[in-house]
Design a protein around this ligand. Structure first.
Ligand code: SF4
Length: 522
């Protein structure tokens, strides 16, 4: 969870808030009609810095609209439930909080509404209704969600709440009884129905407002591709299964058609996300579905292979070290899929992992990683860890420190444990005092920085393909195959010839620190 990505993924956004990244990234909404070179607004966190804690993205969805002349009732209505008198297309203001999976939910809702003729407002007070997609993974994320709802109520008064926090509507209703509607995660139809009730669509059948790939909140050159919802695991620090339910996989053909549309629309990098990507298809018994002239199984390997044929970079997030992940590594060695695995491990002490109810034995994980690197020597592994889990002893923490020194992972984030209301872990042991949590995080990050710096310096002199994220007054910034947007490091690039956002160029690496690389286009 980065929260920037932050949510759900507890694996993406482990409890506790991480180091670095003080401010949430703000992205401008963009669609085909109004793409911004938006990465200016979304500075990438540094390599080895942990993902952002809890609430990630507060998207300031300032879409330019095709109907500048349209008018909306923007004054606060005396009866908030009464539909405003709207001339022209009704306008929606949208706040998206949480991880990339929540971001995909927001994109789906917006795609649907844009298809019906709704426009996006730049500000709450110019909108007919405000939608807040909440994050409920951490208590701090809930507080931020409640604050976002409060802001929308104060500035507009006609507010629909959805997302993870919507699974517990009482808490929200208690604070904001006048909300128009509260719906749970993935309840797209309920959100859309609530919008219809609040402000009916002014449909214009002659306008095609929505690009075939849907409305995207990311810059044009990369997109998140959600392959499933929910999770069958029951990690003790996580309430995501309670909020989002058990695993529900999308048919492989649906995922591939969406990916194909994205690539046709100019997306150069597909970021595969879910709660547990390696479990893809278990719930539907790996069912086949039609894709082009053949049938494709809903299986991790089969999907990765087919995605690798689409001509874009394919990056796999939230992969667990299950044995069948071995099959995908040769695809990375062949260049079909990026040599990058985002694998949230959370700890390395067997006793802590047992209390966390996480799969895996750290000895076997080390052996598995060693074999993966034999098959694909330039594999980059990103992981996140929690320190200060209830009852964590100094000896257990030392096991973790020894493990990360030996595993030599390229990108690592560290979070202190934060007790999430309702998580069984809170009762599993004595709480580690906050000052000790912070001290352990500092020791962990110091140890990892030594590893990261050595691995980064080994890239000096190499020529790497780099995808350009931003070109501006601050210079040119991109990412190598080893860096995911928002959570990893950057490559600072100089170039004698013009480069544009989304270009993939070859860069000779000339300098490195523990997070970023520097080099020139060759
Ligand atoms: S229960 Fe599922 S979503 Fe939660 S941390 Fe575990 S694997 Fe991730």
């Amino acid at each position: 969870m980065p929260q920037g990505f932050a949510t759900d993924a507890p694996d993406a956004i482990p409890p506790g808030g991480g180091a670095g990244l003080a401010r949430p990234a703000r992205s401008r909404y963009s669609d085909d009609a109004s793409r911004q070179s938006g990465s200016d607004d979304t500075p990438a966190p540094k390599t080895s810095r942990p993902r952002r804690p809890g609430i990630l993205e507060a998207f300031d969805l300032a879409a330019s609209t095709p109907h500048e002349g349209s008018m909306t009732a923007s004054a606060l209505p005396s009866d908030p439930k009464a539909a405003p008198k709207t001339l022209g297309a009704p306008k929606i203001s949208f706040v998206s909080l949480g991880c990339p999976k929540a971001l995909v939910d927001s994109e789906r809702i917006l795609t649907h509404l844009r298809a019906e003729g709704y426009e996006l407002a730049r500000r709450h007070d110019g909108a007919d209704v405000v939608i807040v997609n909440t994050c409920g993974f951490l208590d701090s994320a809930k507080a931020e969600s409640l604050a976002a709802i409060g802001e929308a109520m104060a500035e507009n008064g006609r507010v629909i709440v959805t997302g993870c926090m919507g699974a517990q509507p009482e808490e929200i209703r208690e604070k904001y009884p006048n909300l128009l509607a509260v719906t749970g995660p993935q309840a797209y139809e309920s959100v859309v129905a609530a919008v219809h009730e609040a402000v009916p669509p002014a449909h214009d059948p002659f306008l095609d407002l929505v690009p075939p790939q849907g409305v995207k909140l990311t810059p044009r050159h990369y997109a998140y591709l959600k392959i499933s919802e929910g999770c069958n695991n029951r990690c003790t620090f996580c309430i995501i299964p309670f909020l989002r339910g058990d695993l529900v996989s999308r048919p492989a053909g649906d995922v591939l058609r969406e990916a194909e549309k994205l690539v046709k629309a100019g997306v150069k990098e597909l970021l595969v996300v879910s709660q547990d990507t390696s479990a893809y298809g278990v719930d539907i018994r790996y069912a086949e579905s039609p894709w082009r002239d053949r049938a494709v199984r809903a299986k991790f390997y089969d999907l990765a292979k087919e995605l690798g044929e689409l001509g874009a970079w394919v990056r796999l997030h939230y992969v667990y070290p299950y044995p069948h992940v071995d099959e995908v590594i040769p695809l990375m060695a062949e260049g079909k899929v990026l040599p990058y695995l985002d694998m949230p491990l959370q700890h390395a002490s067997p006793t802590v992992l047992k209390r966390m109810r996480r799969p895996g034995n750290q000895e076997r994980q080390l052996e598995r990683i060693r074999r993966w690197r034999e098959t694909c020597p330039d594999l980059a592994i990103r992981s996140t860890f929690i320190v200060g889990f209830p009852g964590e002893t100094e000896a257990e923490f030392s096991e973790l420190l020894d493990w990360i020194k030996e595993a030599k992972l390229e990108r690592v984030g560290c979070f202190t444990y934060e007790p999430v209301t309702g998580a069984p872990a809170n009762a599993l042991g004595e709480a580690v005092p906050p000052e000790l949590q912070l001290e352990r995080k500092r020791r962990f990050m110091e140890a990892q920085q030594i590893v990261s710096l050595r691995l980064q310096k080994a890239r000096i002199g190499k020529r790497l393909p780099v995808i350009i994220d931003t070109v501006g007054a601050d210079g040119i910034k991109g990412r190598s195959k080893y860096d995911a947007p928002e959570i990893d490091g950057s490559v600072h690039v100089t170039s004698r010839r013009p480069v544009r956002q989304g270009d993939v160029v070859t860069v000779k690496i000339e300098a490195a620190d523990a997070y970023d690389l520097r080099g020139s286009v060759v």
